[in-house]
Design a protein around this ligand. Sequence first.
Ligand SMILES: *[C@@H]1O[C@H](CO)[C@@H](O)[C@H](O)[C@H]1NC(C)=O
Ligand SMILES: *[C@@H]1O[C@H](CO)[C@@H](O)[C@H](O)[C@H]1NC(C)=O
Ligand SMILES: *[C@@H]1O[C@H](CO)[C@@H](O)[C@H](O)[C@H]1NC(C)=O
Length: 539
Amino acid sequence: MMYYQILIGVLFISLVDADLLIDLPDGTIRGAETKTENYTYYAYRGIPFAIPPLGSLRFQAPVPNTPWDGILDATKSKDCCISMTYSENEPDQSEDCLHINVYTPPRNIAEKLPVMFWIYGGAFTTGCSSDSVSDPHALVSEDVIVVTFNYRLGLYGFLSTSDKVILGNAGLKDQLLALKWTQRNIEFFGGDPEKVTIFGESAGGMSVGAHIANKKSAGLYRAAICQSGCSLTSLAQTSQTNPKQIAYDIARSINPFISQNSEEIRDFLQSQPADVLTKAFNANPQSGPVIEVEDENAYITDLQFGLIESGNFNQVPLIIGTTSAESLMFLGIVLPELILAALAYDLNSEFLIPSNLNPLPGTDLTEAKELIKQAYTNQSFLLDLASFVEFTTDQLFVRSSLKQAELQSNYAPVYFYQFSYSGTISRFHTVIEGVGKVGHGEDVLYLLDFSPFPLTTDEEFLTRSRMTRLWTNFAKTLNPTPDVSDPLLNVTWPQVAGLNIPYLDIDTTLEVKPGKKAKEMRMWNEVFYSYGQQPFVGF
Ligand SMILES: *[C@@H]1O[C@H](CO)[C@@H](O)[C@H](O)[C@H]1NC(C)=O
Ligand SMILES: *[C@@H]1O[C@H](CO)[C@@H](O)[C@H](O)[C@H]1NC(C)=O
Ligand SMILES: *[C@@H]1O[C@H](CO)[C@@H](O)[C@H](O)[C@H]1NC(C)=O
């Protein structure tokens, strides 16, 4: 009798375990059944996709992982990449961080499932893919597979000597390798490598934008979603003013006798412990994609605006949009900050000029400043804070997103949204009458669970159901509203057609609205094409 029970027990355990063992080309992994709220799914966490980028691999393009023996424990998240802003709440970090996570519905569905590949944001200096910051169960419960992964940040991911010694963009090359890993491996999880959608927010959206603009990423995905950032956003290509100088300054801040020789800078910085490097970076914190010199291992060698404008990009369907008041997250945490920022813009009219306008030296911009200001207000920003929030929101993410929508729609279907739903988290910044309430990043909470800010109200859960339905519909069919009779959505989201940009306003209801910022965009086009130099760096 005893034996019989033990035997049954062993059989049962091995049957359950067998479901969560997967043979990949590199070796076998064991995942874990995971329960959240009302949903149970399978998670395979911390699978290495590259050799740890240590020693002479630091700052360099990632090298694909080598096979392992035995069963790899993929039940727990592994370390995040080293973030440039240390905070006690952040999970464990190390340079050995190039891991990927795959989350699947629990059933074995005969049909291969669409795949959603998430690229986190965080200004290319912070971010992680652990469950505590991006638990994807709400998306997975709509029968898609979600992939999350880590890419290197700050100087580990973006240091460049502007030559072949350290090309730069190692972090984007991590993303590219993770996409290639997904192509090669996802069918073993039940995923369809032909139906990969890449999505990301902020620096993650700009990363999605880089993959859209880059033929080296062609064929690795068939659709894209840019949330508050895409190919034309300023930081996507101009966050390091002079990469070689930055690399030199970082090295010199540790060793004042270092020369400007790139090999010497590389060898010295590769020999330093991580805490010394991170500290040196924070004294000079510029990070993000750079234009590399021509090389077979280079990823970005061209400005993205020209590629998108001319159609020389991966012409995939796109969902793109922003939140209703992006800048509140940066300027409006407390009212005095917002007031001081408005005053600074009133006193310094050059702040009105876009950082990526790039006018010819000596150009008189007096009239351009007037055009810009008058499109938003005829008062001071100090007396019209709503216009100030509107203006800074457009400067940060809306203008570049609308331009991308316009240009990309000449070649592929494009859907524009504005996320206006103000949930519990909107309480964490100032709310100004007469303008949107939703700051940068709040949309992400309705796709991926972020444990420091759990959703609480029925309305928040309804918003999450709608967001995940729209996003997964797009991943499945390339159309976010394919079923007119779906009562959850009850809307048909129209495509962008060039300068005509209707958009879906995602608020307590879903509503299609016409001509997003048409008047402001006419002005911005006039300013860029009259005063900027082409080819534009961004928009
Ligand atoms: C879980 O299911 C119950 C019963 O259907 C429901 O009342 C509850 O709102 C659900 N919880 C969440 C977080 O969706
Ligand atoms: C400011 O005044 C100009 C000229 O009268 C007008 O064209 C513009 O629409 C006004 N701007 C706003 C935001 O009302
Ligand atoms: C769908 O929207 C229309 C208006 O656009 C409204 O009249 C109708 O009641 C809505 N149906 C549902 C099921 O919410």
